[in-house]
Write a protein that binds this ligand. Structure first.
Ligand SMILES: [Zn+2]
Length: 137
C-alpha cells in the first residue's frame, strides 16, 4: 500500500487531500467551500454516488460541539462557577459559533475516518475512491 493509515490520519488532521497530501481539500480563499476534486491529483472529494456521505461529518460536528463545548458550559453552571444567565448566553452563542469553527475539521476528519478503515479505496492505493467498491455485484 502506498498511502499508510498514519499518513491518512496526518492528512486528515491537517485538512489535506487523503490521496496525495496536497493542501487542496478546501477552495483557497474560502472558509467553507470544499473542492469537488483535488486540483493536484484529481481525487474526487465530493462523492457523486453517495450524497449522504457528509451527513457523517454533521454528526461528528454535533457530537464534538456537545461534548467539547456544551457539556463544559453546563458543568460550569452546575458547579456555580458561572451564573445561569451567562451559561445560557454562552450556550446559545457557542452552539452557533463552535460548529462553524469546527466545520473544516469535521469534513476533513470524516473523510479521514472513511479512508482510515478503507485505505485500499484510495486511488493511490489502487482503489477507485468510492463507497460500494467492495460490493459483490
Ligand atoms: Zn490530491
Amino acid at each position: 500500500m502506498n498511502v499508510t493509515r498514519i499518513q491518512i490520519v496526518h492528512r486528515g488532521l491537517t485538512h489535506c487531500c487523503p490521496n496525495c497530501g496536497a493542501r487542496t481539500l478546501f477552495k483557497s480563499g474560502t472558509l467553507f467551500q470544499i473542492n469537488q476534486d483535488c486540483p493536484a491529483c484529481g481525487f474526487r472529494f465530493e462523492r457523486d454516488n453517495d450524497e449522504g456521505f457528509f451527513l457523517g461529518s454533521m454528526s461528528l460536528n454535533y457530537g464534538v460541539t456537545l461534548v467539547c463545548f456544551l457539556l463544559p458550559v453546563l458543568l460550569l453552571a452546575f458547579n456555580k462557577v458561572i451564573g445561569v444567565t451567562t451559561a445560557i448566553v454562552l450556550a446559545c452563542v457557542g452552539a452557533m459559533l463552535f460548529p462553524a469553527l469546527f466545520y473544516r475539521s469535521s469534513r476533513s476528519w470524516w473523510l479521514m475516518n472513511y479512508y482510515f478503515f478503507f485505505p485500499h479505496h484510495l486511488p493511490a492505493n489502487g482503489g477507485k475512491g468510492r463507497a460500494g467498491e467492495d460490493d459483490n455485484v
